[in-house]
Design a protein around this ligand. Structure first.
Ligand code: FMN
Length: 336
């Protein structure tokens, strides 16, 4: 939970939230407290403290609370009564005004990280507080890399993510046979692939094709490759029966082609340059590589068929970058 402090700017919190999400964390962002909205005059922070307690009471899990500057005092006050029931960890950033006695009262088991020098110079008082509390971890971000620059921000987020991983490790998602297929898909999506469009001719000599990333080379001698096609696919029967088919490996500029061949109700061949190859098998013009194959074998693969092809001709374009697919998204990397 990020208690966003206006002193650190909206961009800082936005970037921090993105970095945490990328590290596999869920983030709750609380807008900066309106200090003018204090209910009890003179008792600055009471309103914010009660609001925070109300939010914490609604959450289904105990968050790690990250507070900066004088919001640290609000966070500590909010959880002080039942700290371990309300939070699973505390991170204080540039919080020199925090009351060391209150920090002392936090249970030792509650992971506590104090980071200084993030957006303001390292203060002696924060260092002293950190030294007084033996169970606190204290880290100084080097003054030469203030997080306002990208390198400094990376240093701060690395410290934070390292602390979270060590002291509050995430439960790694786990799939067990019979449990939800989504987790299995996500695990399989960790394998980065290229993207191909499989093409063949149907019985009426019309071109058919679909986007597939289940492409793998199998053997050099004989030259074999394979791909897996869902039995539910409109063209799976054509591929089972076709004597010949082609695998078109897509380059970085062919993402629209990949999208077109993966969606229903698209004029796949009408909107894509193609030409007849060996045996009249359609091949997509200008692909990164094209493998024209004869059908070698078809195996059952659960809800897919495993189509093995013997390569009759392979052509490729050495100067283009591949279209990539990773974790359910198209990715771009430039090599050439
Ligand atoms: C990046 C990507 C990879 C895919 N890989 C495969 C695959 O390997 N096998 C498959 O059967 N479908 C795969 N699909 C899904 C098919 O392209 C999609 O279901 C398509 O609509 C099937 O063709 P159909 O509409 O003619 O049945 C993939 C889709 C995308 C976007």
């Amino acid at each position: 939970m990020l208690l966003e402090h206006s002193g650190h700017g909206a961009g800082f919190w936005e970037d921090l939230a993105i970095a945490l999400v990328k590290a596999g964390r869920q983030v709750v962002r609380l807008a900066p407290f309106d200090r003018s909205a204090t209910l009890i005059p003179g008792n600055v922070g009471t309103y914010a403290c009660e609001s925070l307690q109300a939010v914490l009471g609604q959450l289904p899990m105990r968050p790690v609370i990250l507070a900066a500057g004088d919001d640290a005092a609000i966070a500590i006050d909010a959880i002080s009564q039942h700290a371990e029931l309300m939070a699973s960890g505390i991170v204080l950033v540039d919080s020199k005004s925090v009351d060391a006695r209150k920090l002392d009262l936090l249970p030792e088991r509650l992971p506590l990280l104090m980071v200084s020098g993030v957006l303001v110079p390292v203060s002696d008082s924060m260092e002293q507080i950190a030294r007084r509390i033996p169970h606190a971890e204290a880290v100084e971000i080097s003054a030469s890399t203030p997080p306002s620059c990208a390198e400094g921000f990376d240093a701060f987020s690395a410290v934070l993510i390292d602390f979270l991983e060590r002291r509050l490790p995430r439960a790694t998602p786990e799939y067990r046979q019979g449990s939800d297929a989504r987790t299995l898909r996500d695990a399989l999506g960790c394998f980065a692939t290229g993207v191909t469009v499989m093409t063949a001719k149907d019985a009426a000599s019309q071109p058919v094709g679909l986007t597939a990333n289940s492409f793998t080379s199998v053997s050099l001698d004989p030259p074999l490759l394979l791909t897996c096609i869902a039995k539910s696919s409109a063209s799976s029967e054509v591929f089972q029966m076709a004597e010949h088919f082609a695998v078109n490996v897509l380059h970085i500029g062919q993402q629209p082609t990949s999208i077109r061949f993966s969606r229903r109700n698209e004029d796949r061949f009408g909107a894509t340059p193609w030409e007849p190859g060996l045996h009249g098998t359609p091949v997509l013009t200008g692909s990164l590589a094209t493998f024209e194959c004869s059908r070698h074998a078809v195996h059952d693969g659960g809800d897919h068929i495993i189509l093995i092809g013997q390569v009759e001709r392979a052509r490729f374009e050495p100067r283009r970058d591949p279209l990539l697919y990773f974790r359910g998204k198209y990715r771009r990397l430039h090599f050439s």
